[in-house]
Design a protein around this ligand. Structure first.
Ligand code: FE2
Length: 311
């Protein structure tokens, strides 16, 4: 159609969408166009601001590669990932769910590790952590044979994919639940870490005067035929950033109970000094067992990056 005024633009774009054969695509795009156009009108976006916004979108692509996903980082920093998680999983009250953010650092093909094994694959400083996790269905029955990926950052604040000095797949492992729905493994206690700020996500945080820290956590991804794939994180309860996660991931339901042991002997003889344990039970809902698209596929090369901490 010939455009007579600004309102006609929205009408024209929406009308073109009517020819899309996929109904869900038509629905999503119609909502997207209506809200996007309403946003431009309400914000009274200037040409300069519009061009700056386009440059941000281009920068998200340019800052992404096989070992870094800036789009996932940006979605988290805007709260979109947390919103998508809660509206899809949290039931009527929109609060309690074992599901949480996938984050930008999950890799496929974590090394299969026997129950009780260790996921520290190259020298990694930090206190020992012993984890016991149980997987149950919504009736409380054990889920045996579930495949569980576990991953976390080093106590120095880097996932192995970011840090060439760590062995490939360090602090990652794949476990299978036993007949009691149980996995157990040894690692080191994770620390909170700064998210990368050398790209557009960093600009966003600086412009708001926000810090770039995530509170310490362990990631879990559990899958088993007949159950919705469970993607979760268990946060360390006394982390200084537990209330101000840069990715808005912390829900009350997923704050863990990491216990510190000063005097008690650990189950491994080489553990010296205080050590930690975490026991946690996850509930998996009935549903489709589909793995997410991996946000990254490889490991960084060269020097370990320096990621500043924003105050
Ligand atoms: Fe993480």
């Amino acid at each position: 159609m010939i455009i007579d005024n600004e309102k006609d633009v929205t009408t024209a774009v929406l009308s073109e969408l009517q020819g899309a054969p996929n109904g869900r695509f038509r629905e999503i795009m119609s909502v997207f166009i209506r809200h996007l156009h309403a946003f431009v009108r309400e914000a009274k976006l200037t040409e300069e601001e519009f061009h700056a916004a386009l440059a941000h979108v281009v920068a998200i692509g340019k800052h992404s590669n096989e070992s870094h996903n800036e789009a996932a980082l940006m979605a988290g920093s805007l709260g979109v990932s947390a919103l998508v998680c809660l509206i899809n999983n949290a039931g009527h009250d929109m609060s309690e769910t074992d599901q949480n953010l996938l984050g930008p650092f999950w890799r496929m093909h974590s090394p299969v590790t026997p129950n009780g094994g260790c996921i520290v694959r190259s020298p990694t400083p930090g206190p020992a952590l012993f984890v016991n996790a149980w997987f149950r269905d919504s009736g409380g029955n054990a889920i045996a044979g579930a495949e569980v990926d576990v991953w976390h950052s080093s106590p120095e604040g880097f996932y192995e994919n970011q840090d060439p000095s760590q062995a490939d797949m360090n602090l990652r492992g794949k476990f299978f639940t036993d007949p009691d729905g149980h996995i157990r493994f040894r690692s080191v206690k994770p620390a909170g870490y700064p998210i990368p700020i050398d790209g557009p996500t960093g600009q966003l945080l600086r412009a708001q005067g926000r810090h770039n820290m995530r509170p310490a956590h362990l990631h879990f991804l559990a899958s088993k035929e007949g159950f919705k794939t469970l993607i979760s994180q268990i946060y360390v309860q006394d982390d200084p950033h537990i209330e101000t996660d840069a990715q808005f991931g912390v829900t009350r339901h997923l704050i863990g109970s990491y216990a510190r042991h000063e005097q008690e002997k650990a189950s491994a003889a080489d553990v010296k000094g205080p050590w930690y344990s975490l026991d946690h039970t996850f509930v998996m809902q009935a549903g489709a067992n589909k793995l997410p698209r991996p946000p990254i596929t490889g490991k960084a090369h060269g020097e370990r990056p320096k990621i500043p901490h924003l105050a």
